[in-house]
Design a protein around this ligand. Structure first.
Ligand code: AVJ
Length: 319
C-alpha cells in the first residue's frame, strides 16, 4: 500500500467512526489538502487571527537567543514539526544565516506540497542553506528523530499546533518528543494563551467567512474523495469558547435536515435540523497548564517568551 492509499483508508475509517457516533465528530487533521492549506494561509492573514503576528513578534524579538544555541553548540539540527509555509521560521533562518551559524534545517509536514514549496523558496532565498525536508505525520516521523543524534537538536513546533490536541494527547505528543531528545537538545514550542474570550471567539469566527470555508473543507473533501453528497452550504460554522477550560471548539451545524450518501464506504448518514459535527479544538493555555503538561511529559521549562501584546507565548523546554 502506498502512503496515499494508507491515508485514504485511514480517512475513510475515521469518517465512518465519527459520523456514526453520537454526537458526531470529524478531525480537523483532514482539513488540510491543497485547498485546506490555502485556506489556512488565508486565516493566518486575517486581522482577527492574532496568533501568527504575535508569534512572529516573539521570534523576531528572540531570534538572537535562539541563534546563540546553534553558535554555542557549534552546529545543530533545526527540526520543525508542522512547518507549513515557514513564514515565521524564515525570520530565524535568516538570522542563523546572517550569524553564519552551522545548521541543517529539517522541516517536517504532513503535506508533501508544503515541503516542496518551502524547500524551493528557501533555495531561492539562501542557495547554500542545508535543507532536508520530510513528509510525514508527527508521530511516525518522531521516531526517526531519535536517530538524528550526531549533533544537538533544536526542535520547533510553532503556531500553537499542539492546541488541536486534548490534554492527554498533548502529553503523549510532548512525551514522544521528549523520548527523541538527548539532554543536549531543546524544544521551542508555541502555546496560545488564555485572554479576553471575545478576542478568541473572533479569531475563530471571522466576519469574511474564511474560517467557515476552512471548516467546511472537511465536507468538500468527503464529497470529492468518497463520492458523497453533503449539501455543504447548509452546514454552518459555529465556534464556542469556554474561558474556564480554555477550549475553543469548532462545529459544523446542519441548518436543514438531510441524508448524506457516502458511496465509497456505503454509508447513509441522517442529520436532524441543528445537529452538530464537532470538528476541532484549539486549546488556550496559561503557565500553570503548560508547566503541568511539561512535567507530565518529563520536560522542564527553561525560558518563556511573550509577544508585546501579551497574547501568545513560546516556551523553551529541555529534558
Ligand atoms: C493550525 C491548529 C494552530 O487551531 O488555531 C485556525 C487551526 N482552525 N482557525 C488553530 C485553525 C481555525 C489552527 N492551528
Amino acid at each position: 500500500m502506498t502512503k496515499q492509499e494508507r491515508f485514504q483508508k485511514e480517512f475513510q475509517e475515521h469518517v465512518k467512526e465519527g459520523l456514526t457516533a453520537y454526537p458526531k465528530y470529524l478531525s480537523s487533521r483532514y482539513i488540510y489538502d491543497e485547498k485546506g492549506d490555502v485556506l489556512f494561509q488565508k486565516i493566518m492573514a486575517l486581522p482577527e487571527y492574532y496568533l501568527t503576528q504575535a508569534e512572529y513578534n516573539i521570534i523576531d524579538q528572540h531570534k538572537d537567543a535562539l541563534a546563540q544555541i546553534a553558535i554555542d553548540e557549534k552546529g545543530i539540527d533545526l527540526i520543525e514539526l508542522g512547518a507549513g509555509d515557514g513564514k515565521k521560521t524564515k525570520v530565524l533562518l535568516k538570522h542563523l544565516n546572517d550569524r553564519k551559524a552551522n545548521f541543517t534545517y529539517i522541516p517536517i509536514d504532513i503535506s508533501q506540497h508544503s515541503i516542496d514549496e518551502l524547500t524551493s523558496s528557501i533555495k531561492d532565498l539562501w542557495p547554500d542553506m542545508d535543507v532536508q525536508g520530510e513528509q510525514g505525520r508527527y508521530f511516525s516521523v518522531l521516531d526517526k528523530l531519535a536517530s538524528y543524534n550526531n549533533r544537538p537538536k533544536l526542535i520547533i513546533v510553532l503556531g500553537s499546533n499542539i492546541g488541536n490536541l486534548e490534554h492527554p494527547e498533548a502529553i503523549k505528543f510532548l512525551e514522544q518528543i521528549q523520548n527523541s531528545m538527548s539532554d543536549k537538545d531543546y524544544l521551542f514550542m508555541g502555546f496560545d494563551q488564555k485572554k479576553d474570550p471575545l478576542t478568541i471567539q473572533n479569531a475563530y469566527s471571522d466576519k469574511t467567512g474564511v474560517t467557515q470555508e476552512f471548516n467546511r473543507n472537511l465536507l468538500h473533501r468527503i464529497n470529492k474523495e468518497m463520492d458523497a453528497n453533503f449539501p455543504v452550504d447548509t452546514f454552518e460554522h459555529w465556534e464556542s469558547y469556554d474561558p474556564e477550560t480554555g477550549t475553543a471548539k469548532s462545529f459544523l451545524l446542519a441548518t436543514q435536515p438531510c441524508t448524506v450518501k457516502i458511496n465509497a464506504i456505503e454509508l447513509d448518514i441522517n442529520f436532524d435540523k441543528w445537529e452538530t459535527i464537532h470538528t476541532e479544538i484549539s486549546q488556550k493555555y496559561d503557565d500553570r497548564t503548560v508547566e503541568w503538561l511539561a512535567q507530565q511529559a518529563g520536560l522542564k521549562i527553561k525560558e518563556i517568551y511573550e509577544d508585546n501584546d501579551q497574547l501568545f507565548k513560546n516556551y523553551l523546554f529541555i529534558k
